[in-house]
Design a protein around this ligand. Sequence first.
Ligand SMILES: Cc1cc2nc3c(=O)[nH]c(=O)nc-3n(C[C@H](O)[C@H](O)[C@H](O)COP(=O)(O)OP(=O)(O)OC[C@H]3O[C@@H](n4cnc5c(N)ncnc54)[C@H](O)[C@@H]3O)c2cc1C
Length: 447
Amino acid sequence: MALAYRLEQHAPDAEVIVLEQAARLGGAIGTERREGFQIEIGPNGFLDNKPFTLTLCRELGLGERLVPASEAARRNRYLFLGDRLHRLPNSLRSFLRSDVLSWRTRFLLLAECFRPPRRHGGDESIDAFVRRRVGRELAETLADAFVTGIYAGDPKLLSVQAALPRLAELERQYGSVLRGMVQAARLRRETAEPSSGRMWSFREGLTLLIETLRTRLRFAPLTGIPVRTVRRIANDGWRVQSEGRDGWDAEVVVLACPAFEQARLLADEDADLAKAIDGIPYNRLAVVALGYRAADVPRRLDGFGYLSPQRQRRDVLGVQWCSSIFPDRAPPGLVLLRAMCGGWGRPEMVDWDDEQLLRAIHSELRSAMEIEAAPVFHHIIRWPQAIPQYHLGHLERVAWIENRLARHPGLFLTGNAYRGVALNDCVEQAERLAERIAYATLRARMT
Ligand SMILES: Cc1cc2nc3c(=O)[nH]c(=O)nc-3n(C[C@H](O)[C@H](O)[C@H](O)COP(=O)(O)OP(=O)(O)OC[C@H]3O[C@@H](n4cnc5c(N)ncnc54)[C@H](O)[C@@H]3O)c2cc1C
């Protein structure tokens, strides 16, 4: 939707047609209202670590309706380690005082400044990177939990260069991640740049962004249209075919559906390209929204929620305290939590029936948050192919795919499978791609 919006701006003469398989727009983004609760089925919000989504929202006239995550959610995140929640340190000083890590690891963390950077290039897993820079304990606790929070993936399989490029870049540029972070913070202070990393949404939920984009497009997106084939028809055109429809002829086609779907659509046109795209794996997730009476939750919900490192193989990867992050998520006197289950390490959980899932979560919440009472509300969303996993070799694969696309003028690929899974990354890629397409189309017309 962001791509279509920007394309219409860059190429005002073009007829941009969005074909969406589902009955609703938004894909992973979706806000549902049930029994007075407001539930996000996918992303809970977006970060302002890059300006793209915030800028888009403001440009669409949604600036006044944006809400940042509460101050408590920004300050307090917890880690479920051993048998209790530990507050995660959010500054270097609090890190050194925190009991989450042993003295030895805290010392190793400081010593990271003096550890020489890696000499040879090549891909490296997040786990190997953190072990090399600091040590095993940090890799198995904080790094694992951090990866769980973003990818629900395996730090031993995820490529640091692809999945957490900033870490690899800090080492490359400053010789040390810690030194790089300190210098970046100093630079921000000197230039009075506001600190970033806050989560944003709308009082009405994230769907507002999709709805607003829909109303701004000149050509209404077509929903309920599952595209089945994409074939080249001549030197300068493509035919997009859906079930039981004649199809659409287009000068430019962008596939913005998940990688496995892109692969399916391209299988007849270029089997090798389809195979490379299909090699991007996805994890599975069950998102379980739970409503409780506030009085039944003994612990103060003074933060974002908690994460549990996947190495512990617990039934719940993490719990977001939704009604403490954004306003209007639960009716008065009630609270809304969102538990994440499954992930790369526990895919089978997504197939558990509702009762088994709820039982497992209840037991986890009793241990982590001392909640004894049953929820007054629940809603389960299953994502059989949830978040793409940037495993070792991902960037090489993406470079190969991009090279191969040179054989198919007018065909472009985007979406979360390639260069960032966060909503902000997807908007950034859409913006960059819209510019590239406008430029490529103009050049093709001039030659
Ligand atoms: C549970 C969950 C929680 C998340 N939490 C966060 C978060 O808090 N913050 C954050 O920044 N990111 C989060 N993400 C990641 C982020 O939401 C996604 O990476 C991003 O929204 C993906 O956008 P996309 O446009 O690439 O793909 P999608 O949203 O998957 O959109 C692809 C679209 O293609 C359509 N489609 C598929 N096949 C066809 C076909 N053949 N023909 C036509 N249409 C087709 C689909 O129906 C879908 O609408 C989360 C993701 C999930 C699943």
